[in-house]
Design a protein around this ligand. Structure first.
Ligand SMILES: Nc1ncnc2c1ncn2[C@@H]1O[C@H](COP(=O)(O)OP(=O)(O)OP(=O)(O)O)[C@@H](O)[C@H]1O
Ligand SMILES: [Mg+2]
Length: 521
């Protein structure tokens, strides 16, 4: 025990002497001597300590943005540290579905890469500035430090770090909890935690397996989406922005919104549900779109009625025709003001969509849905903006079989034949078919649900027939009315013609009389 005590006291006195010598050196040695001494000293240290250290800070750049490299290293090491670190930190990261373990600060783990040994350690330096910030700002500096022998520096900088970034990104995507964003009115955009979008966890269960539609069309859409999501290099090679537009149209209740959820679940994308009526003007729209992340679907539902996109173009052409520019500046200014108040314009939306793709991250899909595709301006839905147009229509037998399988877990039944022929003669939306097939109580068996659907289809067929008869009758009545009016008009014309004739004859007769009698008045 005395030995150890002696050793410690020796160590203490050597340290104190060293510190004294260092201070004297800093104090009295001429600066030039100090520089060359330090240079040789560093050379000796480098020779003695042949390792290189690379630090990855959590926040970098003038705007102190959270560095993507730091978060990817954190994800990459979280897998490794659980296996080898002695001290771990556990936290449920906002986006993650599960608890993420990472090594504790001042902890070190070793890893091997292509036979090369390297060390990772997590560092944290408390903040030097006193914490008087108005908002509780967490400004301690956190970083990861990678240490490796300098003879492997090339392997590390050229392949290991990119390997860590790639793996880290995959782990992040795997753990990431997807979100459904909706845009906030612009008055909420400023302030400490300014955010243009608020979000909730995206947990819609719809998938392409639960989507009831024509099997061939479904397969085609799935392949199209998967091809797109793997097309980063392809789009770069052909010089196109990595984006794709889908227009979903069809009557209400045909599965447009369900398909969007299925798309997001298939591609593991976030969804930005853009409510255009909440957007005051084009610049706001641009700022909103720029604030979206990649691997996302930007959705504008019911685009035909979100804002009056088509009318503006019509109005514009009307105005071009007879609009006289106001002469005096005041009215001109008022007109300018009025224009400024106008909501998002068609050209604004078109430019934003195109502009969006060239100005920020790729791998984005934009989806418009509408019940009235004929109302939309061709410029809005042309290829290159809405690349794929998908019509979702009334329930076909293929779609019905998907429902039967998902809702009743049956692939065939004696009633299928009747249902197939009824579906061929009647327009019933998948929403209605789903509603009829869904068991309403524990006593509802397959037979009951299918019979309920048969009844509903028969009623719908009856109703459609009656409606068609009414329309035909109405049309006939209108036709008859029109005929009647036409004949009345003809009669009138005829009688008008007769009167005229009578008059002309009268006059002619009179003239002839005068001529005959020679009576001069
Ligand atoms: N093709 C479908 N496959 C599976 N479920 C469907 C389908 N179409 C409709 N449904 C069901 O009907 C309901 C309404 O569907 P959805 O919201 O997708 O219709 P929509 O086309 O978006 O309607 P709207 O045009 O009114 O917005 C959903 O609960 C969904 O489960
Ligand atoms: Mg919908």
């Amino acid at each position: 025990m005395a030995m150890v005590g002696e050793m410690w006291s020796h160590l203490g006195s050597t340290m104190a002497t060293l510190m004294l010598v260092y201070t004297l050196f800093k104090q009295f040695f001429p600066h030039q001597l100090q520089v060359s001494f330090e240079k040789y000293f560093n050379r000796i240290v480098r020779y003695a300590y042949p390792y290189v250290e690379i630090t990855f800070d959590e926040f970098t750049g003038e705007r102190m943005k959270r560095s993507e490299a730091y978060s990817r290293i954190k994800s990459y090491l979280s897998d490794k540290s659980t296996a080898s670190a002695k001290r771990l930190k556990a936290d449920v990261v906002k986006d993650s579905q599960s608890t993420v373990f990472s090594m504790d600060y001042n902890e070190e783990i070793t890893e091997e890469f292509q036979g090369v040994k390297l060390w990772w350690s997590a560092k944290r330096t408390p903040s030097k500035t006193p914490r008087i910030a108005i908002y509780p700002v967490d400004d301690e500096k956190r970083s990861y430090k990678l240490t490796v022998h300098k003879r492997h520096i090339e392997l590390i900088t050229q392949s290991y770090i990119s390997h860590v970034m790639k793996e880290g990104k995959e782990i992040e995507t795997r753990n990431r909890q997807r979100k459904l964003y909706s845009n906030n009115p612009s008055q909420n955009w400023d302030g400490y935690r300014s955010n243009k979008w608020s979000n909730v966890l995206f947990e819609h269960p719809a998938t392409f397996d639960t989507l009831a539609m024509d099997a061939k069309l479904k397969e085609e859409i799935k392949n199209d989406l998967i091809k797109f999501s793997k097309g980063k290099d392809y789009y770069a090679r052909i010089g196109k922005a990595w984006k794709r537009g889908y227009l979903l149209y069809g009557p209400p209740g045909t599965g447009k919104s369900s398909m969007i959820a299925a798309m997001a679940n298939l591609l593991d994308y976030d969804v930005y549900d853009l409510e255009l009526t909440a957007v005051k003007e084009n610049t706001e729209l641009r700022r909103l779109l720029l604030d979206t992340s990649s691997k996302s679907i930007i959705l504008i539902e019911d685009i035909d009625c979100s804002i009056d996109l088509t009318g503006q173009r019509e109005k514009k052409t009307e105005k071009d025709g007879n609009e006289d520019e106001p002469s005096d500046p005041v009215t001109k200014r008022m007109k300018e003001e009025e224009k400024k108040e106008s909501k998002v314009t068609l050209s604004g939306l078109l430019n934003c969509i195109d502009g969006l793709w060239s100005s920020c991250g790729g791998e984005k899909i934009i989806v418009f849905t509408t019940n009235y595709v004929e109302k939309l301006d061709p410029a809005l839905i042309r290829r290159g903006r809405m690349d794929k147009h998908i019509e979702l229509s009334y329930c076909c037998f293929d779609a019905f079989k998907v429902f039967a399988k998902n809702y009743l877990e049956v692939d065939s039944h004696s009633l299928f034949g009747e249902i197939e022929s009824l579906l061929g003669e009647t327009n019933m939306t998948p929403a209605d078919v789903a509603e009829n097939l869904m068991p309403k109580s524990d006593y509802d068996d397959v037979e009951t649900c299918l019979k309920r659907l048969v009844e509903a289809l028969k009623d719908a067929k009856e109703e459609a027939k009656k409606k068609a008869e009414d329309e035909a009758r109405l049309k006939a009545e209108k036709e008859e009315e029109k005929q009647k009016q036409k004949s009345v008009k003809e009669e009138k014309e005829q009688s008008g013609k007769d009167d005229k004739e009578v008059k002309e004859n009268g006059v002619a007769m009179e003239a002839a009389e005068v001529k005959e009698n020679g009576v001069a008045h």
